[in-house]
Design a protein around this ligand. Structure first.
Ligand code: DOR
Length: 423
């Protein structure tokens, strides 16, 4: 079967491409793009005027909760939410139950994703056994079973000697290392950002300094081992001067943020709203502004969702008892698109942050419009406005502060190999 997408805005960061044109797909593979493709044979014609056509998004930071917490999410529901969000490759974090610290768990995830997943799943394995920060996992065996990266996400590897060894060891296996930067000795029992809100609500605070210390230590270890560290979910303005310094020094690192850190402030938790309880916490207005500047500058060059489903059991409880995290797969694109509306990023730059850069970090070929690659294509309306109602959310959990809020930017169609999904 041939599919011809006509007159869309084709955006492919791997080729620096941003033109209005046509894209041809045959038997689940990209044939090529041109300003105008005319063919006489029978094709499935998709008229895409006013739509953006992008390669599928690559989300480097997702919690699928499978195995072990399937009441919150599982590989099927999580990958369906991904499909609806235009995310066609999902890198899933290892803080499952049991954690992904053995080839058996990695194999389970890959097999279930192949059998019951909607999009490709790339498992991230633990740096340390049981994420306890005491003993390294077996990186070589994990890589051979299909792990694409290492992280103790949710926990920082607090022991510097162990983290240094992890970077050395990961270098041997060419496995990317993703760090959740948080000095836990400063955040134990913390609930919300340190500042006005923690004082007002009388909740134990999480200082930005905990993130700063984590970032500086990991940058120094990256320098010392000459092996890159990827810094997950950067949230605070205090971190940014150190990232600038590290760039100048030529230290190998990359940094990521998530839409909630450039969209929301700690004001969201004012009424003890557990839907806005997330770790790292939502910060102040100045942080939101600074994170946007860092994206503009390119010192933060990846946007991930940190999709973190939790059911009502974990969220409809007193603030102190509620779990940290919010959904993200279906809001990743519309919220990130605000950066284009605010002229912080061009559409091409945004696509780089959502597709190309995460692929580079994971050392995978990015989805693209190059000829002969598998078709992973999304058609999005950047203008469509809609309310994110519960029934639009494909995750098993509904924990998002954007519930019943208006979003702008919607994934309309996905072409994945030889399948077309009308969403
Ligand atoms: O808010 C968060 N939720 N932050 C994390 O680091 C972990 C995540 C989760 O697993 O729920």
């Amino acid at each position: 079967m041939k599919i011809l997408i006509k007159r869309g805005r084709l955006i492919d960061p791997s080729q620096n491409l941003d033109i209005v044109g046509d894209l041809l797909i045959e038997e689940g593979r990209i044939v090529g793009w041109e300003r105008n493709i005319e063919i006489s044979e029978k094709v499935e014609l998709i008229w895409a005027e006013g739509l953006w056509i992008l390669p599928g998004l690559v989300d480097i930071h997702v919690h699928l909760r499978d195995p072990g917490e399937e009441w919150k999410e599982d590989i099927t529901s999580g990958t369906l939410a991904a499909l609806y969000g235009g995310v066609l490759r999902v890198a899933c974090m290892p803080n499952t139950k049991p954690p992904n610290d053995t080839p058996e768990v990695t194999n389970y995830i890959i097999k279930k994703a192949q059998e019951k997943g909607w999009v490709k799943v790339l498992p991230i394995a633990c740096i340390t056994k049981n994420q306890e920060g005491k003993e390294l996992t077996e990186f070589g065996r994990l890589k051979r079973s299909g792990a694409v990266a290492l992280s103790d996400d949710g926990r920082w590897v607090q022991n510097s000697e162990l983290m240094k060894r992890a970077l050395h060891y990961a270098k041997n296996f060419d496995l990317p290392v993703i760090s959740h930067c948080e000095d836990h000795s400063l955040t134990e029992g913390g609930q919300v950002n340190q500042g006005k809100m923690s004082a007002k609500l009388g909740l134990k605070e999480i200082p930005a300094m905990a993130e700063v210390i984590g970032v500086i230590r990991d940058l120094l270890l990256a320098k010392d081992t000459n092996y890159p560290v990827h810094l997950a979910h950067i949230s605070s303005k205090e971190v940014l001067p150190f990232l600038r310094w590290a760039k100048e020094e030529g230290i190998p690192f990359t940094a990521e943020t998530c839409p909630h850190y450039f969209t929301l402030t700690e004001k969201e938790v004012e009424n003890y709203n557990t839907l806005a309880k997330v770790n790292p916490p939502l910060r102040g207005e100045e942080d939101v502004y600074a994170i946007k500047q860092a994206l503009k500058e390119g010192i933060i060059e990846v946007i991930s969702s940190d999709h973190a489903p939790h059911s009502e059991l974990e969220k409809k409880v007193e603030f102190e008892w509620a779990s940290f995290g919010m959904l993200g797969l279906q809001t990743l694109f519309p919220l990130s698109l605000n950066l284009v509306r605010e002229e912080i990023l061009s559409p091409l730059k945004l696509a780089e942050y959502l597709i190309l850069n995460p692929s580079k970090i994971l050392k995978i070929e990015p989805p693209s419009f190059k000829s002969n690659v598998l078709a992973e294509v999304i058609l999005v309306s950047p203008y469509e406005k809609y309310i994110l109602t519960e029934d639009l959310i494909k995750s098993k959990s509904k924990n998002t502060p954007f519930l019943n809020q208006e979003l702008q930017g919607r994934v309309k169609k996905v072409i994945l190999k030889d399948k077309i999904y009308d969403l």
